[in-house]
Design a binder for this molecule. Structure first.
Ligand code: FAD
Length: 130
C-alpha cells in the first residue's frame, strides 16, 4: 500500500532513523522535537522463543525433583503462573534455587496475578474496543 510517496518496507531493511520515526509514530511523539538520538538497529531472532507453546513438562523446574545440588535459572525454567520475558521471572527462579540450597529463610515474593485482577481485565476490555 502506498501512502503519499511513502513506501513501506520490512523493518529488517530500515535504518536507525526510519525505526526511530516509526517508534515516534506509535508513541505519538513529534519527531521534530527530537534533538538527537542514537538508534542502532539490532536483530533479535530468538526474542520470542520463550513464548513458544509448551507443555508444563518441557522445561525443568528451578530445582528438578530429587536434585540435591543442581538447579536451573533463567527464563527457560518452569514457574507456575509466573510471566516470562520479565526480570522478575529470572530473579524468582534464582531465589528459588539459592534459598533452597543454601537454606536461606526468606520468603520469595509472591507472583502478582495480574490476569486475575478485575482492574486489569477491565482495562484490557476497554482497550480491545478502542
Ligand atoms: C528488548 C528487551 C526489552 C525487555 N524489557 C523488559 C522489561 O521492560 N521488563 C522486564 O522485566 N523484562 C524485560 N525484558 C526481559 C529481561 O531483560 C530478561 O527476561 C532478563 O534480563 C533475563 O535475565 P537472565 O539473567 O535470565 O538472562 P540474561 O539477562 O540474558 O543473562 C544471561 C547472561 O548470560 C551470558 N551468557 C550467555 N551464554 C553464555 C556462556 N556460554 N558463557 C558465559 N556467559 C553466557 C549472557 O551474556 C548474559 O549476560 C526485556 C528483554 C529485551 C530483550
Amino acid at each position: 500500500m502506498l501512502i503519499g510517496d511513502f513506501v513501506p518496507k520490512p523493518m529488517s531493511e530500515c535504518n536507525g532513523e526510519e525505526i526511530l520515526r516509526e517508534l515516534c509514530g506509535h508513541l505519538r511523539f513529534d519527531l521534530d522535537t527530537v534533538e538527537s538520538a542514537n538508534c542502532i538497529p539490532c536483530r533479535m531472532p530468538y526474542i520470542t522463543s520463550m513464548f513458544m507453546p509448551r507443555l508444563r513438562t518441557d522445561r525443568p523446574l528451578p530445582i528438578p525433583r530429587s536434585s540435591k545440588n543442581l538447579a536451573f535459572i533463567s527464563q527457560f525454567v518452569e514457574i507456575a503462573d509466573d510471566v516470562v520475558f520479565t526480570v522478575e521471572y529470572s530473579v524468582r527462579a534464582a531465589q528459588m534455587a539459592v534459598y533452597e540450597f543454601l537454606s536461606i529463610d526468606r520468603q520469595i515474593p509472591p507472583i502478582s496475578r495480574h490476569d486475575k485482577s478485575l482492574q486489569v481485565e477491565f482495562k484490557a476490555l476497554v482497550k480491545a474496543f478502542r
